[in-house]
Design a binder for this molecule. Structure first.
Ligand code: SF4
Ligand code: SF4
Ligand code: SF4
Ligand code: FES
Length: 957
């Protein structure tokens, strides 16, 4: 008898590797059949019998140290530990005999004799496995007193802002050490010393903060006692109910249990049943939720006539009427095309869908765009052109079948940490790693990895690199001819083959462009080309270039040529930055596409929306974000509704963006804080965080996850309700009572979502689209049998050097990226204790470049580009190549985007953030932009405070 697997139960040891062989045994007279390789502890748990345990957990390999799980097995001597004993056919296991019970009581007695007996005041009271096990084994007395040597006075480590380490409560089960190694892959903890002196040590016997710990919390989650404990639980006490929801930070889309006391989040615990994260998380999702109740939250709608006037707090009705009047008046004066809307990848699918519907149906134009414009729009273009679908091809779990893993222009340990942990696990199992990136990213330092190659190319030469790799594959006979013949369009392939075989694409010919030795490129191409399963993962280092779309097509070409598409362990996988980049693109945010990537010029698709929405839809694409800025500056674009996006901080060439925003007659910003864009606004509509609303996010694997409301919206409305109100005020009726109804409409109009509903999501947990009659439960691996366009289509990928070149005036190349503790523009994470790790953006440069300029670590450096000038502190390190400098853009006052130019991808206008020619020099004061920024910030904060109604004091978490 096999029992149904409940995701949030702990089965003691991990499931064994997949096998067709089953083993039958009897546990306490219950017959059970389990896969070969299962432990006795797990087999018993599957049969509904819980053997006591302390050092075992089903996300960690069995360790066998506590002995509490001892059992008796017929024909075997002694009392074997059931966690380390594999099942055998015909085994007769007894878990509750008197000798076993006595043994367990003795073990518990020893543990308790060196443990503070302060259960009633202990923060883990009610959630302590040691306490539970003492109860289960029937411990009634402790014969050994506390007089002898003990650990009761051991010091507490409170250095981490989110958790404490109280070693007086440690039972040295080593679960934390194993979680840090096996689950997280950081190896920050060890057991130091032996016997009685053994203790958990972080790093080189340092504090947690000083060690290499990345604060993922896996150790805290697994600790069976109060030794490692969330400070939020110490402060608030144990939660009394929980709700499963989805992290609102990155594109991994981790599932969490929001553990609550009333409407207060006590802690976020990664949900074991989450198909993207399997119970793991990073520092952002687990700990950085305090921003949701931060005192800076906007709690009331506000309006003003001009941006130098104080805000006036008004009712929702007044604010919506004010916004609608202004938009209507603008259209009357300047025409239908003079207004538009911007959706956000931080918002839910339902919210995004409604904003683009508002623009197309109520504004009457297609001037809708999304922040994916500035990150992954080339993915949409490039993958659609070659594979026929704008999405990653795999599940995250698929990486566990990959033999060669190519990571291009991505830094998963910082930007997609939970996926990075899984990837590192695969690297420890022996998969080979190829990193194509100007920086020596942390993945290359994965402990215990096997083979790794780093191709440190010059920024801006991606296409040259991918062409060189493909050239080797073709010219050295590494193509998968059978795949190409059966799955790809012949004519396009032959054209591409002739193109890529040309000597000008050889690694030798391109060496001077890429800066990477031809031998290394050949070695990488051979490894990928010969791999049983080769998988490519890429990020913004691919897309945010003038040839972003070309590079995406080049990646798809390489995967097609080697047959690395359409099964586990392979594929082309864009790592999406924000939580709902995939979803915001799916939901029709782009000006040329209706939901489900249906082109506005497609009369059949358009007709379906027109019939459902009861309006005519323009058949011409509308304005993209950069077009909106240009039109605002030239005077033809006057009104903008921005939901959940901070274009003033995140878009390139800040001065240009500021000029555009300053030229608008009506800017409506719906957000949770007064962000940089909101400082130019005339209407402020308070947004709701992911904790305050229902909806769905779609992660980088196309996985649609439910977002569930755990507390009431601080300002009284969920974001989708605000869009509904605005549409109604504009005279376009919208009538929904719950986001589930919005999803039903999406399913009705979008073939790839046809089978999606909240009921099905609740039932299955999550769904990877497409989900329709052909794939009623979704499609984990895409393109298994055919491509949506029938045959895969090779594309010609001519390398054209970017016009953003270095010269004597701007001799260095600046590239930008993210850091683990901060998220995107930082509006959320800057309002949490994550600031402890990164409270300013710095400029990283190679020691050689620092030396030739007389720059020392910590000096203030002026950075000048053709677009502007800013000042940041120098960080000298050799993660960069000489000639390349790097910064992040998490702090608005840094002005990182003051220096990025508006050079962009030829196909999609995605900005070329990753390549800006700059010069750096030592300076002693902030740039003039930074001084202006400070003054404007002060002015706008004062104007906000004048208009704000007093808000109750709340904790910052
Ligand atoms: S800190 Fe917790 S998990 Fe780690 S050894 Fe001690 S009791 Fe076990
Ligand atoms: S928080 Fe994560 S990285 Fe830090 S010690 Fe614990 S498991 Fe390791
Ligand atoms: S930020 Fe990303 S990796 Fe971290 S918990 Fe959230 S979804 Fe997971
Ligand atoms: S649970 Fe098996 S030895 Fe600890």
């Amino acid at each position: 008898m096999l029992h149904y697997h409940e995701p949030d139960r702990d089965y003691g040891t991990p499931a064994p590797a997949a096998t067709a062989n089953t083993v039958s045994l009897v546990v306490d007279a219950v017959a059970v059949s389990v896969p070969e390789g299962t432990s006795v502890l797990r087999a018993a748990a599957l049969a509904g019998i819980n053997i006591p345990k302390l050092c075992a957990s089903d996300n960690l390999e069995a360790f066998g140290s506590c002995r509490l799980c001892a059992v008796q097995i017929e024909g075997k001597r002694g009392y074997p530990a059931s966690c380390t004993t594999p099942v055998e056919d015909g085994m007769q296991v007894s878990t509750q005999t008197e000798p076993v019970a006595r043994l367990r009581r003795n073990i518990m007695e020893l543990y308790i004799s060196d443990h503070p007996l302060d259960c009633l005041t202990c923060p883990a009271n009610g959630d302590c496995e040691l306490q539970d096990m003492a109860g289960v084994v029937g411990l009634r007395e402790v014969r050994y007193g506390f007089e002898g040597a003990n650990h009761l006075q051991a010091e507490k480590d409170e250095s981490n802002p989110y958790f404490t380490f109280d070693s007086s409560k440690c039972i040295v089960c080593s679960r934390c050490v194993r979680a840090c190694e096996e689950v997280q892959g950081t190896f920050a903890l060890t057991i130091d010393g032996r016997g009685f002196d053994s203790k958990v040590a972080a790093g080189d016997n340092e504090s947690f903060m000083d060690s290499e710990c990345v604060s993922c919390g896996a150790c805290v989650q697994t600790c069976p006692t109060a030794t490692l404990m969330e400070k939020s639980v110490i402060d608030a006490g144990q939660p009394e109910h929980s709700v499963v929801t989805t992290c609102a930070y990155c594109g991994v889309g981790c599932s969490f249990e929001a553990q609550m006391q009333g409407d207060q989040v006590v802690r976020m615990v990664p949900y074991k049943g989450g198909a993207a994260n399997h119970g793991h998380s990073c520092v952002k999702g687990r700990f950085a939720f305090g921003y949701a109740t931060h005192r800076d939250r906007l709690r009331t709608p506000m309006i003003r006539e001009a941006i130098d006037q104080p805000w006036q707090a008004v009712s929702w009705e007044e604010a919506i009427a004010f916004a609608a009047d202004r938009l209507r008046a603008i259209q009357q004066r300047h025409g239908r095309e003079s207004i538009g809307g911007i959706t956000s990848s931080r918002c839910t699918n339902e919210e995004t869908y409604l904003v683009q519907k508002l623009v197309r149906a109520a504004f009457g134009n297609n001037n809708t765009d999304t922040c994916a414009r500035v990150c992954h729009s080339p993915t949409g273009y490039g993958l659609k052109a070659t594979l026929g679908e704008s999405a990653g091809t795999q599940t995250f779990d698929s990486v566990m079948q990959a033999d060669v893993i190519v990571v291009i222009g991505a830094n998963p340990t910082d930007a997609h940490p939970v996926f990075a942990s899984q990837l590192r696990r695969r690297l420890r199992q022996g998969a080979e790693l190829i990193v194509i990136d100007p920086r020596r990213i942390d993945l290359l330092h994965t402990p215990h990895r096997h083979k790794a190659l780093h191709l440190p190319l010059r920024p801006g030469t991606n296409v040259a690199m991918i062409n060189a790799l493909a050239h080797v594959v073709v010219n050295e006979g590494l193509e998968d001819s059978a795949f190409i013949a059966s799955r790809c369009e012949t004519e396009a392939y032959q054209r591409w083959r002739a193109f890529i075989s040309e000597p000008c694409h050889s690694p030798e010919a391109l060496e001077s462009a890429t800066g990477v030795a031809a031998d290394a490129v050949r070695e990488a191409a051979r490894a990928y080309g010969r791999a049983r399963n080769g998988a490519i993962y890429y990020g913004l280092g691919v897309t945010e270039h003038s040839q972003g779309s070309t590079m995406v097509m080049g990646i798809a070409n390489l995967a097609l040529a080697t047959g690395n598409i359409g099964r586990e362990g392979v594929g082309v996988n864009p790592l999406r930055g924000q939580n709902n980049v995939q979803g915001s693109c799916d939901m029709g945010s782009f000006p040329h596409e209706l939901p489900g990537y249906q082109h506005v010029s497609d009369a059949t698709a358009r007709g379906r929306f027109e019939a459902d929405w009861g309006v005519k839809i323009d058949d011409e694409p509308g304005l993209r974000i950069p077009n909106m800025f240009d039109a605002a500056i030239s005077g033809s674009f006057k009104g903008l509704y921005v939901q959940g996006e901070d274009i003033a901080q995140s878009d390139p060439n800040t001065s240009h963006v500021e000029a555009a925003l300053g030229a608008l007659e009506c800017l409506i910003v719906q957000d949770i804080f007064l962000n940089e864009t909101a400082k130019y606004a005339h209407v402020l509509l308070p947004g709701s965080t992911f904790l305050e609303k229902n909806g769905t996010f779609t992660n980088a694997e196309r996985r649609i996850n439910r977002v569930r409301k755990v507390m009431a919206p601080l300002a009284g409305k969920e974001d989708w309700e605000v869009t509904v109100d605005l549409a109604n005020a504009l005279g376009y009726p919208m009538d929904y009572s719950h986001p589930a109804e919005i999803m039903d409409e999406i399913a009705r109009l979008t073939p790839s979502f046809a089978g999606v509903s909240y009921a099905k999501l609740d039932n299955l947990g999550s769904i990877q689209w497409p989900c329709n009659d052909a794939y009623p439960e979704g499609m984990p691996i895409m393109h298994e049998r055919e491509f949506p366009i029938g045959l895969g289509k090779f594309a010609i990928t001519e390398y054209v050097a970017t016009s953003e070149r270095t010269n004597r005036k701007y001799p260095l190349l600046l590239t930008t990226g993210r850091i683990l503790s901060q998220y995107n523009v930082g509006a959320q994470t800057r309002r949490t204790a994550n600031q402890t790790w990164h409270d300013e953006d710095v400029i990283e440069l190679h020691p050689h470049d620092a030396e030739t300029r007389g720059v020392k670590d910590g000096d203030w450096l002026g950075i000048s580009s053709r677009a502007g000038h800013t000042v940041l502190r120098a960080r000298v390190n050799d993660r960069m190549l000489p000639g390349v400098v790097y910064t992040t853009f998490h702090h608005p006052g840094s002005g990182a985007n003051v220096i990025t130019t508006d050079s962009s991808d030829w196909a999609t206008n995605c900005p070329e953030y990753k390549v800006t020619a700059v010069q750096v020099e030592k300076v002693s004061q902030p740039s003039s932009w930074q001084q202006k920024f400070k003054a404007f910030d002060r002015q706008q904060t004062t104007l906000l405070q004048k208009g704000r109604r007093p808000a109750p004091e709340v904790s910052e978490g």
